[in-house]
Design a protein around this ligand. Sequence first.
Ligand SMILES: [Zn+2]
Length: 880
Amino acid sequence: MSREFAFPGTRPRWAPDRVVDIQHLALELDVDPASRSVTGTATLRVAVIADDTRVIELDAVELTIDSVTVGGAATGFRHDGKKLRVELAAPAAPGAELVIAVAYRGAPRRGLYFIAPDEAYPDKPVQVWTQGQDEDSRYWFPCFDAPNAKATSEVTVRVPAPLFAVSNGTLVSDRTDGDRRTLHWRLDVPHSCYLITLAIGDFATIETTWRDIPVVYYVERGREAAAQRTLARTPEMLELFSKRFGVAYPYPRYAQVFVADFIFGGMENTSATTLTDTVLLDERAALDYEVDALVAHELAHQWFGDLVTCRDWGEGWLNEGFATYSEYIWREHHEGRDAADLELDEWAEMYFGEDSGRYRRTIATKHYEEPIDIFDHHLYDKGGRVLHMLRNVVGDDAFWRALAHYLDKHRLGVVESRDLARAVEEATGKNLDWFFSQWVLDGAGHPELDVAIRWDAGEQLATVTVEQTQKVEGKTPLFRIPTRIRFRVGGVDRDVALDIIDTKHVFHVKLDAEPTQAIFDPGRVVLATLKVAKPEPVWVAELAGAALAIDRATAAAALARRGGAGVERALGDALTRDKYWAVRGAAALGLATLRTATARDRLIKAASAEVNPRARRMIVRALGDFVHDAAAGAALAQIVERGDASYFVEAQAALSLGKTRTARAGELLRVAATRESFNDVIRQYAYRGLAEARDDSALGLLADGLRWGRITQGRRAAAMALAVLMRGRRDREARDVRERIELLLGDRDFRVQAAAIEALALIGDPAAIAALRRMIDRELDGRLRRRGKEVARDLENGTSAGEDLRRMRDEIGELRSLAGTLRERLELLEAKTGGGAKLIAATKPKPAAKAKPAAKPRPAAKAKPAAKAKPAAKAKPPRR
Ligand SMILES: [Zn+2]
């Protein structure tokens, strides 16, 4: 059961009043990395909107205000540490223009971040960068900090020479006087102040162009090749999005700057995106690591977010849903539909996990404590899926036409969901209010569908029964679902439209012959959980030959749940023969659920034969399911020992080896934990493997892995591995580990703090509540506060998902292995005694009417929802 999204007492949040219209914002700043401080003046040119305006209120948190002038004359002001109230000498009437200048200084704790080397990290560069979204610009300059105020902007910044500073728009001037360097940037296109950026450092510059527009990459010196490798496709993305969105890239320049210790994956600051330097690909990582999605996401925001902006954060999906969906658009163009469809699975998994594990909410909402709370998988991943459904409801041409109209109509403006609905209606003639109501505004959750497909040979009739089984309660509605079923008859695909509006439908479709394939919702467009019952031969034919890879992968997962020798053969064929790597990978995961010795042997063989590293990674992952299996363990041990061309295959082999809990796991994982790799991935997985192996003797090694001075990702993994080993334990050793992890709640690295919260949730000891509460009280990061509150609440209620669930999963894993062995023995026995035929005959006798026997579908068993074959190979950084 999902928990409530909003904590008790949460009041609705509305966009603020606009007393004035901010027309232009100019910052003149002196930034000193040594003292971690900023001094300067913010000058705002405003036009009064409200009647009889006597006071203008600005956001300015923890800044020291030295003076305020209006029109050059000193004026009174009050500042309570959060709000700066500028008192006008005389009431101003609507339309009056004022120039307000605020001289200030500060050592910001948010918004502006100072990075420098220390003893533990001597190679860290000196950098200063900003992160304004959602409400942190107010920590480094006085502003009207809400997305519904847009202004042109300029930033003039003095920094120690030879450091450089990147900001929005174009560089107007750059001069050095002695040891100070002054850079002046200006953007003449209005934007919201959360998008104002500064990134200061000693950067190398890589410059290219797209349609005469400069495209520039900034990166720490010495990492130029990696930056080029990571961003190479930016111009092609600019071209694609300009065409697809129907509005050419709207700014005079596009810069991307890599910074250290960034607190997100990327941030779409107008015309100057900031990216984490953890995505800088070395050559080996570039083999199978994915950054295009992040680059495309931030670039797409330049249209959806920067040019057209959500009116308030409650409508944030209009930024994030589009940016997320643009990852699909890019991949579809660059790698084809099959690759793009993998995104759909990944988003669904993220959203379903949040929906079942944390809370259920409407995508657009006013009920949240802090804006950051709603930047979740509902906003991004479900938002992206909703746009994919929208595209399929209106059709491709209409969809692109609607986007172009929406962008053109609202360019430089702010929007809410109804603006999108109206724009789609104006461009396509379709009133989609029902669609936005159920998916975005009023409805929460998703359809849960039971589908049964039967063939009546006598009548030449296919019967499709569809039931919506989700509990209609709270905000979860009965959905209206326009979709299709794809029959293959005589080798030709034929789509039949289905409009699902009721709890239960029975559709009859006349066909010329028995279909060899019958795919409900081809392409998995609808965001729904599906249980589909149809004859096994149909699943087998779909696995072997469905047009879309995502449908073949779905068939692999469905067959895996049935088991049996025929299924194993079909999965084995797909494992070696399918043309698409993710289907081969899905077949591997399917074989793993069978747990037979022959399935294992197929996987071992494929692990060395498979040339695609992404598929290989999935095969290696599948082998990890063979708990206590010496042969699987030996195959994995060999991969860990000799390594792999791919970091990720090697890392996955370490984790899988640990999961098998076989003889050499402990020894080899300790070796793997010494290997250096991209983002510490091999060490991360080795740590996890040690925990999965239940290797208590690894406690010392893991505790050392937490140390300040080690790589962030490895530290996080060490914390989680320790938690896995200690979950549910309350002895002295467990208490020591918990206390160590509690200390990490105050770590200087945000990402390690976040891992510490998850680790405490996993350990499940209510004794951690006090430390969590202290963190919540002092912490400035909303993400940590929100997650800390959730975990503290769950520990208090004793509903921590940790222990029971995981112990159960372990047991299920072991039972499965046993079941696989038993089934195999049974089949062997049947083959010897001829008993197999009897078992088959025990299912319904088949009418002998047609040449091809009409296979009777099995009843729609209440199977567990598909443990969907997830292409784990595409590790992605968190986006923003
Ligand atoms: Zn984003």
